[in-house]
Write a protein that binds this ligand. Structure first.
Ligand code: ADP
Ligand code: MG
Length: 921
């Protein structure tokens, strides 16, 4: 043994000192296999994280500075697609998890409105391919094994969630289905050279803390041996098969699976209760010309003395764990307590080791179970470890899924276990929506610009063509005309010349005839006839020529006419082209409008999200850990304290910007959208906007109030009712709006909404709205005759203090208006409240412990008592005693003295008090 192999250098991992350079004996791979390696030094290198870890072997042989990066278990979660049964049974239910692979997060639905969010190293949706799962989860581990590290790949999860599919699928029917074991062997075979390297495989089952050989069923109790010096784990009793090609490996897996099935049948158990373990040992000789490691050639001056060939050994362990549902079950489903205990033992020991590794604990309890003892040299530390946790989508198995996720979370680093707050998800979702939106907007803009440009270009071209054709035609016409005019003038001129020539000649001839009397008349006469004949024939010729050119002119004209019709045709076709383009433009515009509609919808959703996020943030900031009951609270707080509003210096640029972008009209139009989700988003946005006094007038002017009232009538969705009623309550703070609400049948709508509501928050909003209307002097009679008071009193059935407080506020408001009217002399007779039976409720609740209700009731009693017309009834119903109590005990000075004043100024009360000898001073 050379000196270098004997050197042991300190290597700290998780606080434990370990040898980084150590001696490895061939005994670790015995069991009938003939080993040619005697004693080799193997450099154990630090391993970067497996899943998604960078390139291996950061420190090369001989570099010395092996820092021993602790290998955190890398955890991926994989969701199985719904199976046939779930598609039917769970059709009406959402999956119990929602995956966000782009941010590597998993949201676990706790109930309809609450989720927990967890982060993993990788999140695989039901669409993830086997290839990608292999590449992300297993490939880095396999590469490590080829580089001489040990590595482990495990699958953990409830039975039926895809552990075996992920790890052991053979993919004989469809190559795309091949699982991690098959792909890992393919990669290993491709990388090694079978002349110098070797691959050997064992396949085992661990059941009830007993290791069984799946390649030789007779071998059913195999011992685990640990080399105390090197820490290497081996199973000398296990069959070790040398693998030289993929086919023999596939056959081996099939054989193992058949034996597993047979063994389990014999033991009357099933595969979900045992762990299946595949061990692949890879031994590679790294040789250069003179036996040097090829990888160490860069440091050849240091390694030249290393004569013997360097052998690198890596061990890959793939573990298909028992179904995780076993961990907490015992005694049920026909398996023994003993069995439950031992399955528990291995899985919980594994959990403990994972925890210890994650927490960098100095002690990792590998010794606690067979499984962890087997994994000791291949798990954590310098080995690379990947864990796939498999889950199913069914909400029926939420419990199992939750515990699987928690197991996976514990396997992650401790800081990753912190649950993420919902608000972060708003951010990422909002960001995603924003990006999507921006892309859509950009694309739309580009298309629109290109289209407008194209239309302009085509129109201009058509115009040019037409005007050019017209010009050409006019020029040609003009030229022809000129030419014919010239010809004509010319011919006339010629004719005239000829004629005058002949005329002169004739005159001269006659003259000559008269002067010479003796001349021969006959000859003279003959000459004259000859000339005339000549002239006639010349004239004839001229005439002929003239008629020829006339014909030519006529031809030309008809040619031009033809040309003109031709041009006209061109024009007609150009016009139809323009029409076509116009139509296209119209279509495009429609398309654009549709897109804009979609954008507005998206915007509205985004707006709603931003508002909710704002709200959440504000709540978190304001109340710290104090419990708040969500967005609707803000309506009510604003309802009670409108003066809080200060839109001037509230900084919320993204919301304001979005609002501007979408426009109020668009948002209001979405209240009537076909899609219920869009309607809900829109009504929430409107409600949030209505909570700001600054927006209220605008909303009402744009018809928002009418739309909100219509929603109460047209939909049966209670969420919409609740939110719309909240918005109406906010708008009902203003006198003009109150009249509008009444005019549009608001009382009837609010009453029927209240009658059908189940959620106290809905009732609270409706009662708040009616309470606001009760404070309007002008609306008293109408409000009562349309059933407003009856509706208020009807809502006390729910008993929720928030609702009762609003009812009491309404009654106090109403009573106050009545007492004002009676002071002014416009009201006579009993209070409408008393007529509708409000007094007994008021008296019954006058002593309530809840301050918000009591204050309103006390005020209501004082206001009612101010009208002498009510006094008799108040005596009869016992309200007088409440007034006496208020005048004595009320904590508020002003109410106390008001009660006192009313008692002493009413003759009826005074008589009654005197009769019963009650002194109220
Ligand atoms: P486990 O080993 O966890 O008990 P299995 O791997 O046997 O689960 O999977 C149960 C069933 O679900 C099998 O029929 C398997 O083919 C199917 N299955 C599991 N995961 C997937 C997946 N990702 N895609 C398609 N089918 C899957
Ligand atoms: Mg299985």
């Amino acid at each position: 043994m050379s000196t270098s192999t004997g050197t042991v250098t300190g290597n700290y991992r998780n606080g434990t000192q370990r040898s980084s350079l150590r001696t490895q004996s061939s005994a670790s791979t015995s069991g009938g296999q003939k080993s040619t390696v005697k004693s080799k030094s193997v450099l154990r290198k630090s391993s970067p994280g497996a899943l998604g870890g960078g390139s291996s072997a950061a420190s090369k042989a001989g570099s010395g500075g092996d820092s021993g990066v602790p290998g955190r278990v890398r955890v991926a979660v994989r969701l199985r697609p719904r199976n046939g049964e779930e598609l039917i049974a769970d059709a009406d239910f959402a999956d119990c998890v929602e995956l966000q692979p782009e941010v590597k997060r998993l949201k676990l639905r706790k109930n309809n409105w609450d989720t927990d969010t967890f982060e993993f190293d990788e999140v695989f949706t039901e669409y993830a391919s086997q290839k990608r799962v292999y590449e992300v989860v297993a490939k880095p581990v396999v590469e490590g094994v080829l580089d001489g590290y040990n590595g482990t790949i495990m699958a953990y999860g409830q039975t039926g969630t895809g552990k075996t599919y992920t790890l052991g699928q053979l993919g004989e029917e469809d190559v795309a289905d091949r699982g991690i074991m098959v792909r890992a062997m393919e990669d290993i075979l491709a990388e090694v050279s079978l002349e110098t390297d070797s691959i050997s495989v064992s396949y085992l089952q661990l059941y009830m803390e007993t290791v069984q050989d799946l390649l030789d069923p007779a071998n059913d109790n195999i011992a685990i041996v640990e080399d105390p010096k090197s820490g290497d784990v081996s199973l000398p009793g296990a069959t070790l098969v040398e693998i030289r090609d993929q086919q023999s490996f596939l056959e081996l897996l099939q054989l193992g699976e058949a034996h597993r099935f047979a063994a389990n049948t014999k033991l009357n158990t099933e595969s979900s209760r045992s762990h299946a373990i595949l061990m692949v040992n890879v031994r590679r000789s790294l040789k250069t010309k003179d036996g040097l490691s090829s990888e160490s050639s860069g440091n050849s001056h240091m390694t030249k003395s290393l004569k013997p060939p360097v052998v690198r050994k890596g061990k890959l362990v793939v573990v298909d764990l028992a179904g995780s549902e076993r961990i907490n079950k015992s005694g049920s489903e026909g398996h023994t307590l003993e069995e439950a205990k031992s399955i528990n033992l291995s899985l919980s020991a594994l959990g403990k080791c994972i925890n210890a590794l994650a927490e960098n604990s100095s002690h990792v309890p590998f010794r606690d179970s067979k499984l962890t003892r087997l994994l000791r040299d291949s798990f954590g530390g310098t080995a690379r470890t990947s864990l796939v946790i498999t889950i199913g989508p069914s909400p029926r198995h939420r419990g199992e899924t939750t515990s699987t996720i928690m197991f996976g979370q514990r396997a992650m680093k401790v800081e990753n276990m912190v649950k993420l707050k919902e608000e972060f998800d708003y951010k990422s979702l909002s960001k995603r929506l924003e990006v999507q939106l921006d892309n859509l907007i950009e694309e739309n803009e580009r298309q629109q610009k290109a289209f407008v440009d194209e239309i302009e270009r085509i129109t201009a071209e058509a115009h040019n063509q037409i005007s050019e054709a017209e010009k050409r035609y006019a020029n040609a016409l003009e030229e022809e005309k000129l030419r014919y005019q010239n010809d004509y003038v010319e011919s006339i001129k010629k004719l005239e010349e000829n004629w005058s020539k002949n005329h002169k000649k004739l005159a001269a001839d006659r003259l000559a005839l008269g002067e010479k009397n003796g001349m021969d008349i006959t000859s003279n006469g003959n000459r004259s006839i000859t000339t005339t004949l000549e002239e006639v024939s010349e004239l004839k010729k001229l005439l002929q020529k003239e008629s020829q050119s006339k014909m030519a002119a006529e031809e030309e004209v008809s040619r031009l006419k033809l040309q003109l019709t031709e041009y006209m045709k061109v024009e007609v076709s150009a016009n139809s082209e323009i029409m076509r383009l116009h139509k296209m433009l119209e279509n495009e515009t429609q398309q654009k409008e549709k897109l804009e509609g979609e954008i507005a919808t998206l915007h509205t959703q985004l707006l709603q999200l931003s508002l909710t996020a704002d709200e959440t943030r504000r709540n978190l900031e304001k109340h710290g850990s104090e419990k708040t009951s969500g967005g609707l609270d803000s309506f009510m707080s604003q309802l009670r304290l409108p003066q809080i509003q200060d839109p001037g210096n509230v900084e919320k640029p993204p919301v304001a910007k979005l609002f501007e972008q979408v426009g109020l009209h668009k948002i209001l139009s979405l209240l009537e959208a076909d899609d219920a989700d869009v309607r809900i988003h829109a009504v929430k946005v409107v409600a949030n906007l209505a909570a700001e006094e600054a927006n209220q007038q605008q909303i009402v002017e744009a018809g928002g109030l009418t739309s909100l009232l219509m929603l109460l009538r047209s939909t049966e969705d209670e969420t919409i009712h609740r939110v719309a009623a909240g918005a109406i309550a906010n708008l009902a703070m203003n006198e003009t709006n109150q009249e509008l609400i009444m005019d549009q049948g608001g009382i009837g709508l609010l009453s029927s909404t209240a009658a059908n509501a189940h959620d106290p928050q809905t009732l609270r909003m409706v009662a708040g709205a009616i309470a606001n209307l009760c404070g309007n002097d002008k609306l008293q009679t109408k409000l009562r005759s349309e059933g407003g008071i009856a509706a208020l009193l009807g809502m006390v059935r729910c008993g929720h203090p928030d609702v009762l407080a609003q009812v009491a506020r309404g009654i106090a408001n109403f009573a106050k208006c009545e007492s004002r009217a009676s002071t002014q002399g416009t009201k006579r007779g009993k209070s409408l409240l008393i007529e509708d039976g409000a007094l007994s409720w008021v008296v019954q609740n006058a002593k309530t412990e809840i301050a918000a209700i009591r204050r309103h009731i006390e005020l209501a009693l004082c206001h009612l008592a101010q009208h002498e017309g009510n006094a008799k009834e108040m005596v009869k119903e016992g309200a007088i005693w409440e007034l006496v109590r208020i005048s004595r005990d009320c904590s508020r000075e002003d109410i106390r003295s008001l009660a006192h004043r009313t008692l002493t100024s009413s003759p009826t009360f005074l008589t009654e008090l005197r009769r019963l000898r009650v002194d109220i001073r």
